[in-house]
Design a protein around this ligand. Structure first.
Ligand SMILES: [Cu+2]
Length: 89
């Protein structure tokens, strides 16, 4: 089965801030924090069930469940910066 992957650069926010995935295909998001400023050293999502520390310049990959379509937000540890995963049927 194919896999979807997306790279998100963490640099004072999430770039891109929206990731579009296809429902039913396994997916991985890789976060790479490249900027030491701010409080983006944690990323988490209640709806996607992940929480991960983001050491500077060390890509961190999380697996995303795409079994349900919808919009699933993620944010920094203090819920100040936001991104989202959009799972399309
Ligand atoms: Cu924050």
């Amino acid at each position: 089965m194919t896999k979807q992957t997306a790279n998100i650069t963490v640099d004072g926010g999430y770039q891109p801030a929206t990731v579009v995935l296809t429902q039913g295909t396994p997916a991985e998001l890789t976060f790479t924090r490249v900027n030491d400023a701010g409080c983006l050293d944690q990323v988490h999502s209640k709806t996607l069930c992940f929480s991960r520390a983001l050491p500077l310049n060390q890509p961190q990959t999380v697996t995303v469940d795409t079994s349900q379509a919808g919009e699933f937000p993620f944010s920094c540890g203090m819920d100040m910066f936001f991104g989202k995963v959009v799972v399309k049927p």
